[in-house]
Design a protein around this ligand. Structure first.
Ligand SMILES: Cc1cc2nc3c(=O)[nH]c(=O)nc-3n(C[C@H](O)[C@H](O)[C@H](O)COP(=O)(O)OP(=O)(O)OC[C@H]3O[C@@H](n4cnc5c(N)ncnc54)[C@H](O)[C@@H]3O)c2cc1C
Length: 442
């Protein structure tokens, strides 16, 4: 919808085809049903405001301003990472809340038409025809340019990959993280303790991380990222849990969220096993441009792990980069998509790689590697936090979240340097300790 609004603002007629029915699309309540919550920042705000000056006022109705990230370990609030230098504040918003807000914005443009319940079935790249199925029959669309934003499992991307003359390649990695929503509820007591501030609360532990995100009605949504193929979680991969398995999930929750302010009903633990997983796929395409006729944007070309909290912001940022280039070259310029792809892809992929590597350690199925990843992450946050220009770890993600003239790729390179320095430091300490112990034993 972001690209649709920018195009509409520049006077183009836009048709949005969406596979979901309108009721599903706009199902905004804070129940578990509507999925996960996002942190959205001024990297995205600026693009929406370019299209519609009051966009943020509309979208904010479904969000809460996020004051930061809060790291809990057992009963202790380990660290608070405030977003305070970021202006305006990032917001936490349920995915469908954002969709609903953007829909309200898009409806203000007469030249945008929505077509719900239209599933993209196939693409004829030779004749430039896109085919959708709809309860009333198949519909073929041609004659315009296509902006393919159909998410991480993009059918458009898969069709292009299967097209023999495309020269398109797209290796993929599956992230080791699966995410399921456990619960959403208003706290039972007045929040004056460590849960009092809206934002993203992480329960850090070496077994099963929990994420608790504020909703716009100040209830909490619990997300449980679990690690695929890890022996520790194998027992949780079933849709028909036994009483022991339900009990195990309950115990993990109590162990890692001992101070969580809501009492989670027993029925929620059982339902959790049947809920949809959100899984993340990393795609590494060699281009975003589709024969100068279409362009792939967002998760369709650069899906990434949710732990970075960057997928949505980066998808909207694609639109900003494309808009800037279109202002210079013209929207109808046949070279636009090719030049955009050449500029944007290396930048976003350097960034994706940094998040990928961080996740590979932190969510490794090997507990020693995972511990190393967590130490490295915490070390970067603590050591570089006080002395270096902010990056992922210092403070966590702040630099990624804020809008600046520095490209994402160069921020990612800076992050990698910080991580490397901390890795060396951790290894030197470990080797010195071992040498010291050996020396004393001998
Ligand atoms: C648990 C979790 C937490 C996250 N947290 C954050 C965060 O904090 N911050 C952040 O920036 N990002 C976050 N993300 C990532 C973010 O959700 C995505 O990057 C973002 O939604 C991508 O937007 P998109 O428009 O490219 O794709 P999507 O949001 O996936 O939208 C694709 C649309 O295309 C439609 N569609 C798909 N296939 C078809 C078809 N064949 N025909 C017609 N329509 C179709 C879908 O119904 C959907 O409406 C998170 C993701 C997860 C899973």
């Amino acid at each position: 919808m972001s690209i649709a609004m920018i195009l509409a603002k520049s006077g183009r007629t836009v048709h949005i085809f969406e596979k979901r029915k309108i009721d599903d699309f706009l199902d905004v309540n804070f129940s578990v049903k509507v999925g996960y919550n996002l942190v959205v920042t001024n990297r995205a705000y600026k693009i929406w405001e370019r299209a519609l000056p009051n966009a943020l006022d509309i979208i904010k109705k479904y969000s809460v301003p996020s004051s930061g990230m809060f790291m809990h370990a057992g009963k202790t609030l380990l660290k608070t990472i405030k977003y305070s230098p970021l202006e305006p504040n990032p917001m936490v918003i349920p995915r469908n809340g954002l969709v609903t807000g953007l829909y309200e914005c898009a409806k203000q443009f007469e030249n945008i038409t929505f077509h719900f319940d239209h599933y993209l079935e196939s693409v004829d790249f030779e004749h430039r025809i896109v085919k959708f199925s709809h309860p009333s029959g198949e519909k073929s669309v041609s004659g315009g340019r296509v902006y393919a934003c159909d998410g991480a499992n993009s059918k458009f991307r898969r069709q292009y990959l299967a097209y023999p003359n495309s020269g398109f390649t797209c290796p993929m990695n599956q992230s080791k993280v699966l995410i399921r929503v456990l619960h959403s509820q208003k706290p039972e007591k007045e929040l004056t303790d460590s849960w009092g501030e809206p934002g993203i609360h992480f329960a850090l532990n070496t077994t099963m991380p929990f994420l608790c995100a504020s909703n716009a009605d100040f209830s909490f949504k619990i997300l449980t990222p679990i690690i695929m193929n890890s022996p520790a979680y194998n027992e949780l991969f079933t849709e028909t849990p036994t009483d022991q398995q339900v009990q195990r999930l309950k115990e993990l929750t109590q162990e890692f969220l001992p101070t969580f302010p809501c009492k989670i009903p027993d029925s929620e633990f059982r339902k959790w096993f049947k809920r949809q997983y959100f899984r993340r796929i990393y795609t590494w395409p060699n281009k975003m441009n589709v024969d100068d006729w279409a362009v792939m944007l967002g998760d369709a070309v650069h899906a990434m792990d949710p732990i970075g909290g960057q997928g949505c912001n980066s998808s909207v940022a694609d639109v900003g980069v494309l808009h800037d280039m279109a202002e210079e070259l013209g929207w109808e310029n046949p070279e636009l998509f090719g030049k955009f792809s050449d500029k944007r892809l290396p930048d976003i992929q350097t960034f994706q790689r940094a998040i990928y590597e961080m996740g590979e350690f932190m969510f490794s199925t090997n507990s020693i590697v995972r511990l190393f990843g967590i130490l490295q992450f915490a070390g970067t946050m603590l050591i570089c936090g006080s002395c270096c220009k902010p990056c992922f770890g210092a403070p966590f993600m702040q630099s990624m979240l804020e809008e600046s003239s520095e490209s994402l790729g160069s921020k990612a390179i800076r992050h990698n340097c910080q991580v490397f320095a901390v890795k060396m430091m951790v290894m030197t300490i470990l080797v010195s300790l071992i040498a010291f112990m050996l020396f004393h034993i001998i």
